[in-house]
Design a protein around this ligand. Structure first.
Ligand SMILES: Cc1ncc(COP(=O)(O)O)c(C=O)c1O
Length: 408
């Protein structure tokens, strides 16, 4: 256990972990089942093109999301693009900036214009009143994100979208297995998109899906993700290749088999983090509405530098020196990245404030109770002595700059 600032690895102490502890390790599940599935695909020489594994995966995802249709894809970025094309979007798309860059890039890549809108500072998700104010005659859709699996304001957003005649399409990349008022994420808006990237709560190596209750929309996306072909393999419109392979579906099914256990482990980890970090002034562990279901896949802390004297970035440096490979999900906001910051500069005060504070810490089934205790020891020590850590880091930076100057 580290008791003094001098024990921190960033100031010369030994690292708390010999091996790196990562955020977003893949949830693989039972490897034997995975290899059995892959062997089945090889034995039957059916590797892609809507094979039985991809179809089984789609059925299981639809069930979990409480919807009638699911089209699996090669990733969520392409799923968002298929959805944009299949709903004939044009012009401006309103979305949050506190998200992964792909939310915006998917639409920008199609020549559409992401319009970033500020968030509710409590939930981190789009503020419906600000969304309404951002609607123009060019707006064709709202694309909210259920940030870290916390549901967006689905009812208010549905009202805004209906009143203004624009589409409501969710980027639900984080939301598998989560609910809003007991209703599963997946069934909101015209459609929702999940990601099954290796870092997500369920992974298919790379993968995604569009889920919807709209039969015609599902049919169009299914055709579009296979070159725009109809049943007779004749193209009816320009499509793309967005299919999920059988190997990816084998991984997705195996990861899905482990989903309940993964969530149980994540929730237990979350409770340990909460109790270990309770009462540390200026540090908040992200809150989930416990009346809802959540996958607890993201363990986010907010560091308030005004209270702690320690900026989130310095805490990140301290942790990385201990071999704790934390992540700044999602900072800076996408509106502060290119091409958006040059093309369409905007100020989003709530987004910018929250983006300065958030840090994702390791969780998941491979992270043990003891790992968390050790991570929290470092976090507590650094935050509680935040001013001192900052002073020492500044002094060290000055000394190093001086030494470099002399070396010239
Ligand atoms: C909110 C969000 N949207 C979109 C994506 C893109 O997903 P993919 O990597 O499956 O294309 C991700 C993560 O990767 C994400 O976190």
């Amino acid at each position: 256990m580290k008791r003094n600032i001098g024990d921190l690895a960033v100031f010369g102490g030994s690292s708390a972990f010999l091996q790196p502890l990562y955020v977003g390790r893949p949830n693989i599940g039972d490897r034997t089942r995975f290899f059995d599935r892959v062997n089945w695909a090889l034995d039957h020489q059916w590797l892609t093109n809507g094979g039985p594994l991809a179809r089984e995966f789609e059925g299981r995802v639809a069930e979990l999301a409480g919807v009638r249709y699911c089209v699996s894809t090669c990733n969520a970025t392409v799923a968002l693009q298929l959805l944009a094309r299949a709903t004939d979007l044009t012009g401006e798309i309103i979305m949050p900036s506190l998200t992964f860059a792909a939310t915006a890039h998917a639409f920008r890549w199609l020549g559409l214009t992401p319009v970033f809108c500020d968030i509710d500072p409590v939930t981190g998700c789009l503020d419906p009143a600000l969304v309404e104010a951002a609607i123009t005659p060019q707006t064709s859709a709202i694309v909210p994100v259920h940030l870290w699996g916390r549901p967006s304001a689905v009812d208010q957003l549905a009202k805004v979208a209906a009143e203004h005649g624009v589409k409501l399409l969710y980027d639900a990349s984080h939301g598998l297995g989560c609910t809003s008022d007991g209703r599963p994420i997946g069934g909101f808006g015209q459609a929702e998109v999940f990601s099954f990237h290796a870092t997500k709560v369920v992974n298919a190596f790379e993968g995604g899906a569009v889920v919807t209750d709209d039969e015609e929309l599902a049919k169009r996306i299914r055709s579009m993700h296979n070159f725009g072909f109809n049943q007779g393999r004749v193209s009816t419109e320009a499509g793309t290749n967005g299919k999920m392979t059988e190997a990816a579906a084998a991984m997705g099914l195996t990861s899905l088999d482990a989903f309940d256990e993964t969530v149980r482990h994540n929730e237990a980890n979350y409770e340990i983090y909460r109790s270990e970090l309770a009462g540390v002034a200026g540090l908040k562990v992200v809150e989930f509405d416990r009346a809802e279901r959540n996958n607890f896949h993201y363990l986010i802390v907010e560091v308030d530098a005004a209270v702690t004297g320690l900026h989130r970035d310095l805490l990140g440096d301290v942790l990385r020196a201990e071999n704790v490979v934390c992540q700044r999900y999602f900072s800076p906001g996408v509106h502060e990245m290119e091409p958006y910051r040059s093309e369409r500069p905007v100020t989003l005060p709530h987004t910018e404030r929250l983006a300065q504070k958030v840090l994702a810490l390791p969780t998941g089934p491979t992270v043990s109770r003891e790992d968390i205790r050790r991570v929290c020891d470092v976090v507590r020590l650094s935050v509680q002595r935040g001013h001192e850590v900052t002073r020492r880091a500044d002094d060290r930076a000055k000394t190093m700059a001086g030494a470099q100057g002399k070396g010239k």
